[in-house]
Design a protein around this ligand. Structure first.
Ligand code: FEO
Length: 388
């Protein structure tokens, strides 16, 4: 688009973004608008400031920048502000009141040339103008987005983002964007799903042709579809499917997991199994977000769930599982305890329905495996009933 440039950074080597699974790297997007006023939207993560500056230099001298829009203070977007106020000495940092407060707290001792904008406030750039809309908790309380009305383009910051490194600039050039988008949403956004719905209400009716997020490719096609997916994930992400997660030491709980899966599948509900010691947490979280039933398994270690399942549980809570069916299973040697803890957690997390747990002592016998199969069928039937 004439006068709007991507000047971000690509981290080809990124494999973990504060816990988010990033098998294909990541991106930190910043955008430059060259109008009568030169404006930079967001900056990039630590170690990428030089890349940002070099990209800006291919377009214009950074000293000519008039405005730097700070949409979100998390360090993956704000770290370069310190260098930018040196490189662009006449620039003002435009942010929300909360953004100004957070900048002070994140960069103690730095005097940023901040100008505060109100919710709905506008900034003329010359031929075009930006309108700012606060979208608190998508992702932090200070987050805002910026709308370039003349181009029907929204700079959406974390919303509609995904962590992926790609040579392509646009999402429609990718073969598969669904899973990275889902992993990002489930890990970073889903906990604040209500805030996303509130944000949608605020921008309802505003025409949008292009969405420029702060991570991953730009959306220029199928805008309605991507907004519909975000709506679904923020309201009712559950589909007619099940996810079984487990951790095990001597494979008894694994055998239970596989047989429970057979039972669920046998009544016609697609079910996936994840070994929590082998799968990245956020990949499992993405699958669990879209599952109607989440079945958690762990062997008893002393009196508690084995640690990979124990570590997963808070992230299951962050999915806001009110509309899900939950169940717990696992093997134990003598006293047991894991499934008691897991079942109580599922209830505490407000799962819509929680089944009684299924336990097996030491090794599953043929009879035990039949119980697992039947347990799976019971879960599968409940999933079907929920969609009938
Ligand atoms: Fe990409 Fe919430 O920072």
């Amino acid at each position: 688009m004439k006068g709007v440039f991507w000047v971000g950074a690509i981290d080809w080597m990124l494999r973990d973004f504060h816990g988010l699974w990033t098998p294909k790297g990541g991106t930190y997007n910043a955008y430059l608008i060259v109008d009568e006023k030169v404006t930079l939207i967001d900056t990039v993560a630590p170690n990428f400031t030089e890349e940002l500056l070099n990209r800006i230099r291919t377009i214009i001298d950074p000293a000519k920048i008039d405005y730097i829009i700070c949409q979100h203070v998390e360090p993956d977007h704000s770290t370069s502000y310190v260098a930018m106020i040196e490189a662009a000495p006449k620039a003002k940092i435009i942010t929300s009141k909360k953004g100004a407060e957070f900048l002070k707290l994140n960069y103690p001792g730095v005097e940023f040339p901040v100008e505060i904008v109100e919710d709905g406030g506008t900034l003329s750039l010359g031929k075009r103008s930006l309108t700012f809309v606060k979208i608190p908790m998508v992702h932090w309380p200070e987050t805002m987005i910026s709308y370039l009305a003349e181009e029907q383009l929204v700079f959406s910051n974390d919303a509609f983002g995904m962590q992926i490194a790609t040579p392509y600039r646009f999402a429609d050039q990718l073969e598969d964007w669904y899973e990275p988008l889902r992993a990002y949403y489930s890990y970073i956004v889903r906990f604040n799903a209500k805030a996303v719905l509130n944000a949608f209400k605020k921008v309802e009716g505003i025409p949008i042709k292009i969405i420029c997020p702060s991570h991953g490719p730009i959306w220029r096609k199928n805008i309605e579809r991507i907004i519909e997916i975000y709506h679904r994930w923020s309201s009712n992400p559950e589909q007619k499917r099940a996810v079984i997660v487990y951790s095990t030491i001597w494979n008894s709980t694994k055998r239970m997991a596989l047989m429970i899966r057979e039972g669920i599948s046998n009544v016609g509900v697609p079910a996936e199994v994840y070994d929590l010691e082998r799968e990245p947490l956020s990949r499992v979280q993405g699958a669990a977000m879209e599952a109607k039933a989440v079945v958690v398994g762990a062997m008893t270690y002393n009196i508690d769930p084995y640690y990979p399942t124990a570590a997963f549980m808070p992230y299951l809570k962050h999915l806001r599982p009110d509309n899900k069916i939950g169940a717990a299973f696992g093997s134990y040697g003598w006293g047991g305890g894991a499934t008691r803890v897991l079942t109580q957690q599922l209830k505490d997390f407000n799962f819509g329905e929680v089944l009684d747990p299924l336990d097996v002592q030491f090794r599953p016998s043929e009879e035990d495996l039949k119980r697992c199969f039947d347990y799976g069928q019971e879960i599968g039937r409940k999933v079907i009933a929920a969609f009938s």
